[in-house]
Design a protein around this ligand. Structure first.
Ligand SMILES: *[C@@H]1O[C@H](CO)[C@@H](O)[C@H](O)[C@H]1NC(C)=O
Ligand SMILES: *[C@@H]1O[C@H](CO)[C@@H](O)[C@H](O)[C@H]1NC(C)=O
Ligand SMILES: *[C@@H]1O[C@H](CO)[C@@H](O)[C@H](O)[C@H]1NC(C)=O
Ligand SMILES: *[C@@H]1O[C@H](CO)[C@@H](O)[C@H](O)[C@H]1NC(C)=O
Ligand SMILES: *[C@@H]1O[C@H](CO)[C@@H](O)[C@H](O)[C@H]1NC(C)=O
Length: 418
């Protein structure tokens, strides 16, 4: 253990040495990335640019303090080569959907499947499907959120597929094709994904109907019944939200308009997307704390970064990289850090309240690790999350791929709780 930590650190020094030589080309890379981000962000903020953007009110120094409190922070580390490759392939797991089946869709490079997350101060165990299934025997687990949340469940289906595949009982529970319910009979384990990309109640508000970038109303103080009505029977709830908060949104509280995000209506006060994001998590967490029969463990899976380069998603942007970044090449900052801290701050508040009620809230801090994986997205091998087949998907993650690590983190958390 100590020896392997030591070699880890000497490896880091070697990387540092290499870095100085490649510094100038990396600076160029970073510059290009920053330019891309600068083009994406103003797009989101265009209409409200004349109004002050309320920046999230968060204390960045608390980040460091929290990290040093833990003996080993498994979320702080780097990607190291793992020639043995992935747990499964598109040939051994038959549940990979086409959008995430990058090999089937013609992706040529395979190196992106051959990395493992190495925490600086300890080891992250390999995913053990048998042990995982024993840990969740007789239990139920729900992923609440959008298609990236579902992406993690799909990875879990393949990881567990080494031992057993579930029955698909979706038809019994829901008519919403975005939600899924599976049952592992031998383990009496229920696994579901509940579709709720905003976590709170929504309504389409665009005169021209729903599309990938249409205007929607968000009722920030009303949790979405799609998950609330079902959640009490779950023992583990993995909750997340992300990209949907970039679209034009009108925010409501108490059924009254309180502001909007790029809604093109001068009569409504413009507020930042962080406001909607913050309130959605607050409402979701408060709802879980208040539900009479909810006894589950709530796990926030933190913001999953997209990696568009050479333009935004609707400007021909893509994600063409075939290797991870090192943490020297890519730092957690800008809007990704702000989304991350916004939700973590809400989690922190909820955690305290929940504890008083005997409820456990925790997190899978995937943001930093995934920031370093521009190579893990379908790019053009898949289908666009925006329904535009000519646009690249740099939001979801290929299966197999780095998203399998989220379930190594989940396995780690379950072992801690168990
Ligand atoms: C798996 O990927 C290969 C390409 O690597 C492709 O030829 C094959 O059709 C795919 N099979 C399935 C079942 O997706
Ligand atoms: C803004 O309010 C004014 C006055 O009430 C109204 O005439 C106008 O139609 C409103 N504009 C929009 C875009 O709602
Ligand atoms: C990603 O798509 C771009 C075209 O938009 C292409 O040039 C590049 O090779 C692709 N990269 C991968 C890894 O698929
Ligand atoms: C990371 O996750 C751990 C375990 O859930 C949590 O205690 C810690 O506060 C998290 N760190 C941050 C910065 O969110
Ligand atoms: C689809 O994406 C392409 C670029 O990838 C863009 O040129 C085109 O305008 C997009 N179409 C729609 C309907 O957004």
């Amino acid at each position: 253990m100590h020896i392997s930590c030591f070699t880890q650190f000497s490896n880091m020094k070697n990387l540092d040495g290499k870095n100085t030589q490649q510094n100038s080309s990396r600076k160029l890379l970073l510059l290009a990335l920053i330019l891309v981000l600068l083009t994406i962000i103003p797009l989101c903020m265009l209409t409200s640019s004349h109004l002050p953007q309320s920046s999230p009110n968060i204390n960045r120094s608390s980040l460091k303090r929290i990290k040093s409190e833990k003996q080993c922070d498994v979320y702080s580390g780097k990607w190291v080569p793992y020639p043995k490759g992935p747990y499964y392939t598109n040939a051994t797991c038959h549940l990979i959907i086409d959008q995430q089946n990058c090999m089937k869709s013609g992706r040529q490079d395979t190196e992106f499947m051959k990395w493992r997350w190495k925490p600086y101060e300890c080891e992250l165990s390999l995913f053990d499907a048998n042990q995982f299934l024993e840990l969740v025997r007789g239990k139920s687990m729900a992923f609440v959120g959008d298609s990236v949340g579902r992406n993690q469940m799909q990875s879990l289906l393949c990881l567990l597929g080494k031992v057993v595949y579930p029955q698909d009982l979706s038809y019994k529970y829901t008519s919403d094709t975005n939600s899924k319910h599976y049952f592992y009979a031998d383990y009496k384990f229920n696994l579901a994904t509940l579709w709720s990309p905003f976590l709170v109640k929504t309504a389409d508000a665009d005169p021209s109907g729903h599309s990938f970038n249409s205007l929607m109303n968000l009722y920030l103080d009303e949790a979405d019944e799609a998950w609330v009505s079902q959640i009490e029977r779950f023992d583990y709830v993995i909750i997340s939200a992300g990209q949907w908060f970039f679209r034009p949104l009108v925010y409501y509280k108490n059924r009254k308009v309180v502001g909007c995000h790029i809604c093109h209506n001068k009569n409504i006060t413009a507020v930042s997307k962080y406001y909607g994001y913050k309130m959605a998590f607050r409402t979701a967490f408060q709802t879980l704390i208040r539900l009479r029969n909810y006894k589950g463990i709530t796990i926030l899976r933190t913001f999953s970064p997209a990696h568009f380069e050479n333009g935004a998603w609707n400007e021909g942007g893509n994600c063409a990289r075939t290797r991870p970044f090192t943490s020297q090449e890519m730092k957690l900052d800008g809007y990704i850090l702000d989304f991350y801290l916004t939700q973590v701050e809400e989690l922190r508040k909820a955690e305290k309240q929940a504890r008083r009620k005997g409820l456990k809230f925790t997190s899978l801090n995937t943001t930093e690790a995934m920031l370093l994986r521009p190579d893990g997205h379908p790019n053009h091998s898949g289908r666009s999350p925006h329904g535009n087949s000519s646009a690249a998907d740099c939001v979801h993650w290929c299966l197999p791929g780095p998203i399998d690590t989220w379930n190594e983190f989940l396995f780690y958390v379950l072992k801690q709780e168990g």
